[in-house]
Design a protein around this ligand. Structure first.
Ligand SMILES: [Zn+2]
Length: 546
């Protein structure tokens, strides 16, 4: 005997078999019992919630000669006829033929009386996919439907259906299947199939199918065919090409706890096991949504689940910002030739966003170390201040200093030389240590160079912070390539245009830039955003010039 997919095998045979759509079924049954049949119905709702199944049951029942209890009998002449010859129940999938032709054919045949049945029933699946021409043809038929014709239009996207059509249909809204009902259905199927699947697995299938019965039963079918007694959660996620929530939680934890090593290993793992990185972005977004739901609606999740989500101490502002970054990544990653690197850059950006304070402290520390400047360790500084009379500046000002020095030392010939070898960065794209900064540098370009300083220009504003957080690593990579200890800094494209114009006009007016040594400055935690810097990138100097 050939194998029948579980979903087809357990498709509801009559209204009483249907799960999850009590209201819809009740109304349809009553309309049959009371003989109040419309000529056009619209079944609206998510995929796999029973629209087509119910449409077929309705088509059979409405034709049955003994349907006084609202179900077809299966024994009368009509039921038996339809069993062998269902030419009067016509299914059209608008998704596969959005065709005017199809609907025109309906129009030409619709006047003919049914071959065997009382009613000719047209079931048009995914009706929102019809072309405008087809909708117009359909509308003409709906305006004057013959008495023996019933249209059932099914859709997952009601908003794409013209109002002129909607207004002629009796509308039914299908709901996602309740998880308890779904669970019971899956359990029942397991019993009938004589398969033992643990409740935990069935619960997970229920959760993953998100209210779609077809998806749930198909997934159960796959799980059964694994013929493995101890199916793990990960295997079930694998079947769907997804990553388990447990893993996504671990990944988010690495972001929150600033554990780059853990996160990088997970990313490697996603890639080597062939996971779609965009799916990971989606899963992160779902997790963030669940966390904020758990924070705001205490009864939304079961206690166990809630506890897991509430272990994350993320403010709504941070969640909002992370969501923005992830959506940006999601739109960028599909266009990228090197998805892994882009994903890693954004991963670091997320860490930076969540751990702003910690990160800035580290930066201040590190930048200070590189340049032998003092940093704002309060107790130590007071003393050092008196001794060295060093100037305290924030990271933005530090950036200004470097940008200034880039211009002071700028050398056109050197720029050409540096740019000639710039593509050697490509050699580091697959390098374990430098791959992410290499990818970062390749998305920008060097616009000012000297034998001491390099100024990078980035189209993408968000990369400025990533760059500033990775200065040390960038400088090491550049040393590998050029064998020169460059000091680097970066600007956005808007800033660059403005700076360049300023530089040109200052040169014309014989206003020169003065070199600012980095040895006698202190870097303190940044308070201003980089946007504020744009208008005043040279601080007091610019004010003096203007
Ligand atoms: Zn019958």
């Amino acid at each position: 005997m050939s194998y029948i997919a579980l979903y087809r095998k357990y498709r509801p045979k009559n209204f009483d078999d249907v799960i999850g759509q009590k209201v819809v079924v009740e109304i349809l049954k009553n309309s049959i019992i009371n003989n109040h049949i419309s000529h056009a119905y619209l079944f609206n709702g998510p995929r796999g919630t029973g629209k087509t199944s119910i449409a077929k049951i309705f088509a059979k029942t409405v034709n049955c000669l003994d349907n006084s209890n609202g179900n077809y009998c299966g024994n009368c002449e009509m039921c038996k006829n339809l069993e062998v010859n269902d030419v009067d129940i016509i299914e059209i999938d608008a998704a596969s033929n959005n065709g005017v032709e199809e609907i025109r054919e309906i129009r030409s045949k619709v006047k003919l009386v049914p071959t065997v049945a009382k009613y000719k029933v047209y079931i048009i699946d995914e009706v929102h996919m019809l072309s405008t021409g087809a909708f117009n043809a359909l509308l003409k038929t709906l305006e004057e439907p013959p008495a023996h014709v019933i249209f059932i239009l099914a859709t997952t996207d009601m908003h794409k259906i013209p109002l002129t059509i909607l207004s002629r249909c009796q509308r039914f809204d299908f709901k996602k299947i309740d998880s308890e009902e779904m669970f019971a259905k899956l359990k029942e199927i397991c019993t009938l199939e004589k398969k033992e699947i643990s409740d935990n697995v069935l619960r997970l299938i229920t959760k993953l199918s998100d209210g779609g019965c077809r998806d749930a039963i198909n997934l159960l079918d796959q799980v059964i065919s694994l013929s493995n007694d101890n199916i793990t959660e990960d295997e079930i996620y694998d079947l769907q090409g997804r990553v388990s929530e447990k893993t996504i939680i671990e990944f988010l934890k690495s972001i929150c706890d600033n554990e780059v090593d853990v996160g990088m290993k997970l990313i490697d793992n996603f890639v080597t096991t062939g996971k779609n990185l965009n799916t990971i972005v989606d899963e992160l977004l779902i997790l963030l949504r669940n966390i904020s739901l758990a924070q705001n609606i205490s009864s939304y999740f079961a206690e166990e689940e809630k506890k897991v989500y509430l272990t994350f101490d993320l403010s709504i502002d941070i969640i909002k910002e992370m969501t923005r970054i992830l959506l940006e990544l999601s739109s960028q990653i599909v266009k990228s030739n090197n998805q892994k690197n882009l994903f890693e850059i954004y991963y670091i950006y997320l860490i930076h966003t969540v751990n702003k304070d910690v990160y800035l402290d580290n930066n201040v520390d590190r930048i200070a170390n590189i340049n032998n400047v003092n940093y704002n360790d309060n107790t130590k500084n007071k003393k050092d201040n008196n001794v060295n009379e060093s100037k305290i500046i924030d990271i933005d000002s530090f950036r200004k200093v470097r940008i200034n020095n880039c211009f002071v030392t700028a050398n056109k010939e050197f720029l050409n030389k540096v740019n000639k070898d710039y593509e050697r960065i490509n050699d580091f794209i697959a390098n374990k240590v430098y791959n992410n900064v290499a990818a970062l540098l390749l998305s920008g370009k060097i616009v000012v160079a000297s034998n001491e300083y390099l100024l990078f220009d980035f189209e993408d504003k968000s990369l400025i912070q990533v760059f500033m957080s990775n200065i040390k690593k960038i400088e090491k990579l550049l040393f590998e390539i050029y064998d020169i200890n460059f000091k680097v800094v970066c600007v956005t494209n808007d800033e660059w245009i403005m700076l360049k114009n300023d530089f040109i006009s200052n040169k014309k007016n014989n206003i020169s830039y003065e070199f600012i040594p980095e040895t006698n400055i202190e870097v303190k935690e940044s308070k201003t955003s980089f946007e504020d810097v744009t208008s005043n990138i040279f601080g007091e100097d610019v004010e003096n010039i203007n």
